[in-house]
Design a protein around this ligand. Sequence first.
Ligand code: COI
Length: 356
Amino acid sequence: MSNTTTFSLHIEKAKESRLSTVDFTDLPFGKTFTDHMFYCDFIDGAWQQPKIVPYQAMTIDPSARVFHYGQAVFEGMKAYKDEDGNAFLFRPEENFNRINKSAARLAMPEFPKAYFFEGLTTLLDMDKDWIKPGVGNSLYIRPFVIATDSAIAAAPSENYRFMIICSPAKAYYKGTVKVLIAEKYSRSANGGVGFAKAAGNYAAQFYPTRLAQEKGYQQVIWTDADTHTLLEEAGTMNVFFRINDTLITAPVSDRILDGVTRKSLIQLAKDNDLDCEVRPIKVDEIVEASKNGTLKEIFGAGTAAVISPISAFEYKDEMHELPEINDASYSSVLKSKMLAIQHNLAEDKNGWRYEI
Ligand code: COI
């Protein structure tokens, strides 16, 4: 559907804001939501009037296909505010394109661009006081689509709901992250849905991640399902390795998410004359580099955590510690450059900021 779709956005404002009841110094990730939410239903083959209403629980039939077959996709985005109170999104078009790519893979209808941007920017304007200025503060935005048909035949739904909810956020991970390299479980397979932000991709990670946590690791580095020899993602993030002064990250494929943070970091590395190779990375290469002292860093990259340095990994029952991170580490340098662009503290030569 094109950008020129005409529509009217229905708005119902919350009677009272909940903002004053929120403790912004203590914000566990994703548990507090802003005053309003956006939704739009797909019925009889067409998207209906989009609406912004007070954030509230909703009633969905127990037979809705989302509950039975996981026909659901989502996005993760963030809004930031500078010290002058100007609010920005970061590369929102990427998220818009990706949610429709994910939706197509799950046989769900494309959402119109005009609805997405009008809904999102109006919602953010209404809830802008929830975006706190300062590096380290952001508003996490969760667009998602669910299959709402009241029918449990295993077939694509005919009805859907597209929604956007927002949650003020601080850090995603607290402290350092130790990871286990997957030798048995995998998050995606060739021809599967690994490239999509399909809800089920994340549910499938919970059990192996819990097993890793029981061994003292916070996350799993996922390897390819066929051979478990290639390093692909870390937890819910893309993953970068630094050997000597070269950054390496796996190429995107139908198994690997085309992360917005990932592609921005590859560009930022280029912009800052850091070598960055996009190529398959073998577990053996990393183990060898760890043994000979050339493995300097591993970090996850994603919207929620931005960059999450990894302090150690375990592979085949052997623990490998990484050097301690300092201000000159690539993860620190790239993270502060990225945050400076997102918070309007640095020049945005790639045109990534989107003023709301
Ligand atoms: C992201 O960082 O991009 C995510 O989607 C994280 C989310 C699973 C909380």
